[in-house]
Design a protein. Structure first.
Length: 377
C-alpha cells in the first residue's frame, strides 16, 4: 500500500511539472472552467438560499388559509363563515385577515397593505417596510399621501419601519389600522380577505381542511405545505431560466474543453512517446494523464465554488438577484442565509469534473498504445 501511494505521489509531481510546461494553455482552460463553475454554483446556491429563507419565513405562517371563490376567482369572505365552520377538533385559532395590493403610479411599484394581528398601528398611522421607506424617501414621523381607487386622498404618518432582517417579505409592506384599511379599500364591516386556521397537530391538517371544505363548499383551503411547494416550483423555474440563458456559454465551454482535452498537440505526443521509450507502461501514462485531468478540473471546481459562495453570501448575488428575486421596483436588501444542498453539490461536481476527466483519457490511451518510434516521428 505504501508503494502504491508513493507511486501516485511521483505521478502527481510529474503531472504538476508537465502542467507548468504548458502554462498558457492550461491557465486559459482553468480560467474558463472556473468561470463556468462559478456561474452555475452561484445560481444553485442563491436559489437554495431563497428556498431556505422561504421555509424559515413560512414556518410561523398559518397551517390553513381559506379563500372564498366566486366564478373561480378570489373574493371577499364574510366573517359569518367562522361561525359556519363551528368548533373543529384540533384547531387552536381561527380569525379573519385583511390584506390587499396597491399600485403607486408615482414610483410605479406595488405595495402590500395589511392589518396585523398584533401591534396594530393607531388610526392614521402606518408601519412600513425598509424598501418602501427608501423608494418613497420617508422615515419615522414623515407624512405621505395615497389616492384610493375612489380617487380619495388619504394621508398617513409613518409610526415605524419594519426590521431590515425581514426585508425579504416586508420590504413592500404597509401595516395599518383596520378602520383605515376598510375605508381605503371600501370594504364593509364583517368582510375579510381570507380566513386563517392554526392546527395543533400537523398530521391533522389535511383532515381539518377537508372538514372546512365540506362546511364551506364555496371556499378553497390552501395548506402551508402547498405554499412551500409553490415557492419551490417558482424558484426552480427561475433557476431554469438562468440556466437557459447560460446554456450558450456552457455549450461553448464544453466544446472548448473537449477540444483541449481530446486534441493532443505534437509536443504532448512526443512526450508520451519518450515516456514509452524510457520504460513507462501504458497504465502509468494513463494514470499520469488522469491525475492531470483531476488536478485541473478539481482546482477549477474548488475555486469556482469558493468564488460563488463569496458572491452569493457576502455580496448578495449581485449578478443574478434581480432575476431570481423577481421584484420589479422594490428590491429588498437582505443577506442570504448560507444553505448548501449536498445533492446539488454532488450533481454540480459530477457534471463539471467527471466529463472533462474522462475526455482526457481517450486520446491519451490512443497515443499510449501506439509504437513509441511512430509517436516520436
Amino acid at each position: 500500500m505504501k508503494q502504491f501511494w508513493r507511486t501516485q505521489r511521483y505521478l502527481v509531481d510529474f503531472t504538476i511539472s508537465s502542467l507548468q510546461r504548458r502554462k498558457g494553455k492550461n491557465l486559459s482552460l482553468l480560467l474558463v472552467y472556473t468561470l463556468i463553475v462559478f456561474l452555475l454554483a452561484s445560481v444553485m446556491l442563491f436559489c437554495q438560499s431563497l428556498k431556505r429563507e422561504a421555509a424559515v419565513i413560512l414556518a410561523n405562517a398559518p397551517e390553513i388559509v381559506v379563500q372564498r371563490q366566486v366564478a373561480g376567482r378570489h373574493a371577499l369572505i364574510p366573517g359569518e363563515y367562522l361561525q359556519k365552520v363551528g368548533r373543529l377538533r384540533g384547531v387552536s385559532q381561527k380569525r379573519g385577515r385583511l390584506w390587499g395590493y396597491y399600485y403607486d403610479p408615482g414610483v410605479k411599484a406595488n405595495y402590500t397593505l395589511m392589518v396585523p394581528a398584533e401591534d396594530v398601528p393607531n388610526p392614521g398611522e402606518v408601519v412600513i417596510g425598509a424598501a418602501f421607506s427608501r423608494v418613497r424617501g420617508v422615515g419615522v414621523g414623515y407624512y405621505f399621501n395615497l389616492y384610493s381607487s375612489a380617487n380619495k386622498l388619504f394621508s398617513f404618518k409613518v409610526a415605524g419601519i419594519l426590521d431590515t432582517e425581514s426585508e425579504l417579505v416586508s420590504g413592500d409592506l404597509m401595516l395599518m389600522a383596520e378602520s383605515d384599511f376598510r375605508e381605503f379599500f371600501t370594504i364593509p364591516e364583517g368582510m375579510y380577505t381570507d380566513l386563517v386556521f392554526n392546527v395543533t397537530n400537523p398530521r391533522e391538517v389535511q383532515n381539518v381542511a377537508g372538514k372546512i371544505n365540506e362546511r364551506l363548499p364555496d371556499t378553497r383551503p390552501i395548506l402551508r405545505e402547498e405554499i412551500l411547494r409553490t415557492y419551490d416550483a417558482i424558484f426552480n423555474w427561475r433557476q431554469g431560466i438562468v440556466f437557459v440563458l447560460l446554456s450558450g456559454a456552457i455549450l461553448a465551454f464544453v466544446l472548448f474543453a473537449w477540444d483541449k482535452a481530446s486534441g493532443l498537440s505534437g509536443e504532448e505526443k512526443r512526450e508520451i512517446g519518450i515516456l514509452k521509450a524510457v520504460g513507462w507502461e501504458t497504465g502509468d501514462i494513463l494514470r499520469m494523464k488522469f491525475w492531470e485531468g483531476i488536478l485541473l478540473s478539481l482546482t477549477a471546481f474548488l475555486f469556482g465554488y469558493l468564488f460563488a459562495y463569496i458572491h452569493v453570501f457576502y455580496s448578495s448575488a449581485v449578478l443574478f438577484s434581480p432575476v431570481l428575486k423577481g421584484w420589479a421596483i422594490l428590491y429588498p436588501d437582505f443577506s442570504p442565509i448560507p444553505a448548501v444542498d449536498g445533492l446539488q453539490l454532488a450533481t454540480l461536481f459530477f457534471f463539471t469534473v467527471f466529463p472533462y476527466t474522462v475526455a482526457t483519457i481517450i486520446p491519451i490511451w490512443q497515443a499510449a498504445v501506439t509504437d513509441p518510434d511512430t509517436v516520436i516521428r
